[in-house]
Design a protein around this ligand. Structure first.
Ligand code: SME
Length: 157
């Protein structure tokens, strides 16, 4: 495992292309889920410096806060609530360019302006969601969706 992350410059796609092999290196050979989720959150935060990035894990009928980087956050989210609970219910990635325009958005931080939530799937079952928040409007697009979905598929549950 590399000790330091190499922070790439360039287009968003180039940054992800440089980051993903490093994430593979960080998690390969490690079976512990929390350790891997923690390092993925840290790597994404270091590369992109979003306001908040981390995981909520499905436990019963709720999402429960998992490893993350950024300000303290709400600990439990019910299915269909907020962006995370909606992504879980739909088993689909949601890109929210303006969180104030998303009905039922849960504001963990008043600085959050845009958000992407990507479900972690095992077959058709959602096991967790990856959530990233930005303090700028319209930070996330289909490039983020493409690469963040790749990253979620690296996680062995
Ligand atoms: N905004 C999310 C809640 C989680 S925080 O952003 C970390 C939502 O609406 O589900």
């Amino acid at each position: 495992m590399a000790e330091d992350l190499h922070i790439a410059t360039g287009t968003k796609a180039e940054q992800y292309e440089a980051l993903i092999p490093q994430i593979k290196g960080l998690i390969e050979g490690e079976k512990d889920l929390v350790a891997n989720l923690a390092n993925i959150a840290a790597a994404l935060k270091e590369q992109f410096n979003w306001l908040w990035v981390g995981f909520y894990i499905v436990k019963g009928d709720e999402l429960v806060l998992g490893p993350f980087q950024g300000p303290v956050a709400c600990t439990r989210i019910r299915k269909e609530r907020g962006v995370c609970g909606t992504s879980w219910a739909r088993a689909a990635t949601l890109i929210v360019p303006d969180v104030e325009a998303f009905p039922g958005h849960i504001a963990c931080s008043s600085s959050s302006k845009s958000e992407i939530v990507v479900p972690l799937m095992k077959g058709s079952e959602v096991l967790a969601v990856l959530d990233a928040d930005s303090n700028q409007l319209a930070t996330f697009d289909t490039t983020d969706q493409f690469y963040l979905e790749q990253i979620t598929r690296l996680i062995v549950w």
